[in-house]
Design a binder for this molecule. Structure first.
Ligand SMILES: [Ca+2]
Ligand SMILES: [Ca+2]
Ligand SMILES: [Ca+2]
Ligand SMILES: [Ca+2]
Length: 541
């Protein structure tokens, strides 16, 4: 049923030479920077190839599978050295928004939208779930959930409960239902739906609506969209999404039968949808992702929500994170994830947690070091439960990311056994699209850490300044040392202690909330061991 295309041997030997050449270059580069080696997944450009989703087989981690728009599936059984490509087929149709995952037994699931345009009324009428028991080589025709014609079912995401959860291997899907997609009629509504399977994708529960107030049907800022389920150890099901009221959150404590009252998490300045005027040249979004740390570290039980918004300027999109240590009842202040001090955009965040260490990894597109529409890919790492982040560039070359070669709505990341597997859409200088990945081990990250060794002790000017309520203070630490960052009023009285602990070399940023202070000048002082410096900021209400 599926067409398997194996890499041509001549192409392979040519690319081997290229790889050797690249290796030498990389080695030279490594001695300075410690660059992550990138893997190109498709050998030739594929039209509409974007929105990649990646899954690593827990029973054989050399088996990695990537799905991409609209119908692509790539799989490897040798950790990405060689890839096979096939086109997904199903009698329900295959129409993009791929989301992939393995259960603990190595069963692989590929969730996507349904339909084929030639069949009138069939487009996106349900969410289809196909299954592979041979690591992605062959697929079932699929089962489905959400069929509710003539309404349309769109932007689905699947999460499989992990081995530490009481609901291990149950499959959960959340998506957006439109009465009529793109309709401008005021009565046309959108809602977040949720359905799950307790029998490995054979049967699906009747979808229920999670959100308390509906969105519109424009597929824009005021549409409710971007729901990604997280399943806790104790079976709590946590979901956040974007819509007219900003980022909202809800949870189910009965295994997904019922949800509660929506909780407001954060405004989303600029909405979730950004056109090419907001992020130069490209359609971007800041959909929130909910995560539950089900691991064994001191951060186990934490919930996180990661998203992007434009609170720091229309063209200066940033990535933010909030944390809850009480299962979503209360949330801390937002922390900025990208550590740069530029006014350039970061977008399409995707996060994953290493359950062994509680380390948090966030992948995103980043234009901090580029001009125009040129884009890099960065990985942010937090070792302290989302309080502070270091950032590492993982793409080998910048590429122009614009609507000439549409890169979809998301990139993706998985962490398994301490190895980090990012996947993103790369566009070459001929506007051809490729899926890129990497296999990033702790050794690679440690060597990349050497980049951090080139850091100096620096205190950057806070941003924004003057500020109304919140501002970000960024600093670098040269060597592992005790670090303190304190804020004083104009009379020298301490008003806040923002950092007071041992820090590794790296770049950090800290949010300062001045909402309960009155207007005036403040000083902030950074101490690293015996070294110290201070700077001034202005609170204007
Ligand atoms: Ca899509
Ligand atoms: Ca609700
Ligand atoms: Ca917008
Ligand atoms: Ca930015």
């Amino acid at each position: 049923m599926n067409n398997v295309i194996t890499f041509d041997q001549t192409i392979k030997s040519k690319s081997m030479k290229k790889i050797i050449g690249l290796f030498i270059l990389l080695y030279m580069y490594c001695s300075v920077y410690g660059q992550v080696e990138n893997i190109r997944v498709n050998s030739y450009s594929l039209t509409r190839c974007n929105e990649p989703s990646i899954a690593v087989n827990p029973t054989n981690p050399a088996n990695i599978v990537i799905g991409a728009n609209n119908t692509f599936c790539f799989y490897t059984f040798n950790s990405g050295e060689t890839w096979q490509e096939l086109q997904m087929e199903s009698s329900f149709g295959v129409w993009g928004d791929p989301s992939l995952g393995f259960d603990s037994e190595g069963n692989l699931y590929f969730t996507h939208l349904s339909g084929e345009p030639p069949i009138s009324g069939r487009w996106a009428d349900r969410i289809v779930i196909q299954k592979s028991i041979d690591g992605g080589k062959t697929w079932s025709d699929g089962t489905f959930t959400g069929l509710n014609r003539p309404k349309q079912e769109d932007k689905s995401w699947m999460t499989i409960a992990d081995t530490n959860s009481i609901y291990k291997d149950n499959i959960y899907i959340a998506w957006t239902e439109f009465d009529t997609i793109m309709s401008e009629h005021p009565d046309c509504k959108s809602r977040i739906l949720f359905s799950y399977s307790v029998d490995k994708g054979e049967a699906w529960t009747a979808p229920i609506s999670i959100n308390d107030s509906d969105g519109d049907c424009y597929d824009d800022d005021d549409t409710v969209e971007g729901a990604i389920p997280a399943i806790g150890k104790d079976g709590g099901i946590y979901i956040s999404w974007s819509g007219p009221d900003g980022i909202l959150f809800d949870k189910s404590l009965d295994g997904g039968k019922t949800f509660g009252e929506d909780l407001f998490i954060s405004p989303q300045i600029g909405g979730w949808a950004w056109d090419s005027h907001e992020i130069e040249g490209v359609r971007g979004n800041g959909f929130p992702q909910t995560l539950s740390d089900n691991g064994i570290s001191e951060h186990s039980g934490n919930l996180y929500i990661v998203w992007a918004d434009q609170r720091n300027g229309t063209s200066n999109t940033d990535i933010f994170i909030k944390k809850s240590t009480d299962k979503g009842i209360t949330w801390n202040d937002a922390v900025r994830v990208n550590t740069d001090m530029t006014e350039r955009p970061q977008f399409f965040p995707w996060a994953s947690i290493d359950p062994e260490t509680g380390k948090l990894y966030i992948l995103f597109y980043d234009r901090r070091n580029t001009t125009g529409t040129f884009t890099d890919v960065y990985l942010a790492i937090s070792e302290d439960g989302g309080e502070t982040f270091s950032n590492i560039k993982i793409s080998e070359e910048s590429f122009s990311n614009d609507n000439y070669a549409f890169t979809g709505d998301y990139i993706n990341l998985q962490v398994f056994n301490g190895v980090i597997y990012p996947v993103w859409t790369h566009v070459n200088n001929l506007n051809q699209r490729f899926i890129y990945s990497a296999v990033i081990t702790e050794e690679v990250l440690t060597s990349t850490d050497k980049e951090i060794g080139s850091f100096e002790n620096i205190l950057h000017t806070n941003y924004p300044n003057p500020f109304k309520e919140e501002t970000t203070i960024s600093f670098q630490v040269k060597e592992k040392n005790h670090v303190s960052l304190r804020v004083y009023d104009s009379l020298g009285k301490e008003v806040a202690s923002l950092v007071n602990e041992i820090k590794k070399p790296g770049e950090y940023n800290v949010y300062f909330d001045g909402s309960n202070l009155s207007s005036g000048s403040f000083f902030y002082k950074l101490e690293v061991g015996n070294w110290s410096t201070s700077s001034k900021m202005l609170l204007l209400k």
